[in-house]
Write a protein that binds this ligand. Structure first.
Ligand code: ADP
Ligand code: MG
Ligand code: MG
Ligand code: MG
Length: 654
């Protein structure tokens, strides 16, 4: 199973001393992998989702909802059950540890394949995971897919309650105790400590607060009450929600997808083509407006998590003059990608890319082309922040741990994954921006939408690439409150290429087919569009991603069940993009601000939190309908136990 390699973590000083060693061997390992696997051909589409969960403990007597720190205990049972399976291949899902002691991650037991019919099992598999987990929950405990826990970092947000220790331990947070970090593996605490130590101070995240009529203005908190020694007072901005721990970001849940490509070139194409979609999918899945019991003015977790693992020193962040052998680094190691790696993307690489020059030289001399060499040399500007004594000495011709060490702590919107050594797995890309949704139905819809997009991009040879700087802009826009309705995003005006088939121009006769040959300058290539225009199209100007998918699907042989499933999912995305349905973030805001206890002061009390999470749990279970989020409560006429699922009869009637 996906357990992390066990071992004894080195201290930060020892880790730092070996950072060049890890870099050098990591690069050699990548070069060896590359030479062995660059010509690997003929892998088929395989893909799988990763869903992250929180364990919430309800106390119905006291009307509280807290985060239960039992993930390690539960994971052990799952792993024992898995180990006792007569055939390991029988597992329908796999459970993995995550950063927080209240988090679990689950993936399907096996990746899905290239059949459209696989879309019929995605949601059922997600439901199965909840059923499996439900058996292990204590009374009052529930597995929930919340991107951010509204009262994370408030006093007593965990079960059991642990005091924070601002002067000792890994985090030193005023709000987030070390006990809330997953205890089953030393990696997570080590990462926390090393990131803080490398940075030279605690991480500091400032999210603009949502100013309601009774929110103090300016909004300034007294951190002395939490044991601040002055660091928080200096780091916190007025009118912002201040967060000071890795757990505020890594303790959020998300939804990720991995795709296997048929060869390295297809993987490079997919990596690039999906990158501009990251901010769009982030805005569509926005689900995290609340942190530390306060309503913020942002809808997504991305900047929180980016700041939560930002290990750059003050010099690297540009706050102090550079010393010898130091350099400015524009982004956190958790951020949007900084370069494209396919030939189509090359001319849109318009942000300066900081490289590890030695790594670049090593890669180039090994015959790796500049685009890929730059990508890897950029990842390798980072120091290792977690090193285990037992894993230091490796056989670079067989192992890839040092490469993976740096690769897996570059947490970017997209990840280009080489095949692991000696495995049947091919070149893959991972799509990482999405926030997790409340229901399995929504999560399955997002998953199927993105998987279908990859198919249509490859089949129609679409080109969605815009300059990286514009993708960066879009990432910031996507997180703003209500971005889905109020923001316009940079998007490529003409996404067909000279080799796209005519169907790619569906319902849009004025759309020129031969576009790629006439690119006069970058600025003619993209325009500002709303999410609705990008997803649903704009008459005469842009075909829309859903109409393209529909056109693609109309040329395929799809059985009635699968057709119906796909239609429901696409409908959800369509309606959300058009504003007919709310995003999770919009819905959450409305729930809290219309709660009878809400005092218009941006505060989410224990009681509001309890009621909100109880409601979410009932929606997730299909006990209460939620038309604002999921559409009309269509009661299924089939055996399906989840009422929001449209029945087959209703589907075909549409
Ligand atoms: P990570 O945490 O490193 O991103 P996980 O193992 O948690 O990786 O998840 C990887 C995802 O990739 C899972 O959904 C899994 O089903 C899927 N997967 C496994 N093998 C393949 C493959 N050969 N091609 C594509 N996806 C795969
Ligand atoms: Mg995973
Ligand atoms: Mg994860
Ligand atoms: Mg992942």
């Amino acid at each position: 199973m996906g357990l992390l390699s066990e071992g004894s973590p080195l201290s930060w000083e020892e880790t730092k001393r070996r950072s060049e060693y890890v870099r050098k061997h990591g690069i050699i390992q990548f070069i060896n992998l590359y030479h062995k696997l660059r010509d690997r051909q003929g892998d088929i589409l395989k893909w799988g989702d990763e869903v992250e969960y929180m364990i919430v403990k309800f106390d119905d007597g006291n009307k509280t909802a807290r985060l239960s720190l039992r993930a390690a205990e539960i994971l052990e049972v799952f792993h024992n059950e898995h180990d006792s399976l007569p055939e390991k291949d029988e597992a329908r899902c796999l459970w993995h540890p995550e950063y927080a002691a209240y988090m679990l991650e689950a993936t399907p037991g096996h990746p899905y394949g290239g059949l459209l019919a696989h879309f019929n099992v995605v949601e059922a598999n997600m439901r199965y995971r909840r059923e499996q987990a439900a058996k292990l929950m204590h009374p009052g405990e529930r597995l929930m897919t919340l991107t951010s826990f509204p009262r994370i970092g408030c006093p007593a947000f965990t079960e059991p309650v642990h005091p924070t220790k601002p002067t000792s331990g890994a985090t030193r947070s005023l709000f987030f105790p070390d006990e809330a970090i997953f205890p089953g593996h030393p990696r997570f605490k080590t990462l926390t400590r090393n990131i803080r130590q490398r940075r030279g101070e605690k991480v500091a995240i400032n999210l603009p607060i949502f100013k309601d009529v009774k929110t103090p203005s300016p909004f300034v908190e007294d951190y002395l009450l939490y044991g601040d020694d002055g660091e928080a007072r200096r780091a916190a901005l007025p009118d912002h929600v201040y967060l000071d721990a890795m757990g505020f970001g890594m303790g959020c849940c998300c939804l990720q997808l991995t795709f296997q490509a048929c060869n390295i070139n297809e993987a490079r194409t997919l990596y690039d083509q999906l990158a501009p979609l990251c901010p769009i999918l982030l805005a569509l899945t926005a689900a995290s407006p609340f942190h530390r019991g306060l309503i913020t003015d942002v809808d997504c977790r991305w900047n929180v998590i980016s700041g939560a693992v930002d290990c750059r020193t003050r010099q690297e962040r540009g706050l102090l003059p550079l010393g010898p052998n130091e350099r400015r680094i524009p982004k956190s190691r958790y951020d949007s990608i900084s370069s494209y790696i396919s030939p189509q993307g090359e001319k849109y690489n318009d942000v300066p890319l900081v490289l590890d020059e030695d790594a670049y030289k090593q890669l180039s001399e090994a015959g790796i082309d500049p685009l890929l060499a730059r990508h890897i040399a950029h990842l390798f500007i980072r120091d290792t922040v977690s090193l285990f004594e037992e894993r230091l000495n490796q056989d670079d011709s067989k192992d890839s741990d040092h490469f993976e060490n740096i690769q897996s702590t570059n947490w970017q919107t997209m990840r280009f994954k080489p095949p692991p050594p000696n495995s049947s797995i091919g070149w893959r890309v991972e799509f990482r921006p999405c926030e997790v949704q409340i229901t399995d139905f929504e999560n399955a819809a997002v998953v199927c939408f993105v998987v279908l997009l990859t198919r249509v991009i490859l089949s129609y040879q679409l080109d969605l690439i815009i300059p990286i700087s514009k993708v960066d802009d879009n990432m910031q826009k996507a997180q703003k409150r209500n971005a889905i309705q109020s923001e316009k995003f940079w998007f490529r005006k003409d996404i067909t290429t000279s080799i796209s088939p005519p169907e790619a121009t569906c319902h849009c006769p004025v759309f020129p087919v031969d576009a790629s040959s006439k690119l006069p300058s970058n600025c003619d290539v993209y325009a500002q569009m709303t999410i609705n225009e990008i997803i649903n199209g704009k008459e005469g100007e842009f075909p829309g991603l859903i109409p393209l998918l529909t056109s693609y699907l109309s040329g395929m042989d799809v059985d009635a069940d699968t057709h119906c499933t796909i239609q429901q999912y696409l409908k959800l995305i369509q309606r959300r993009a058009s504003g007919e349905l709310q995003t999770t973030a919009q819905w959450l805001r409305k729930y809290v601000t219309t709660h009878p206890d809400y005092r218009k002061d941006s505060v989410i009390s224990e009681k509001i939190n309890y009621d909100l999470l109880k409601t979410i749990d009932s929606i997730q279970n299909g006990i209460i309908p939620c038309p604002d989020l999921l559409g009309a409560p269509l009661i299924s006429k089939t055996q399906d136990s989840v009422p929001q699922t449209i029945s087959k009869a209703e589907c075909s009637a549409e």
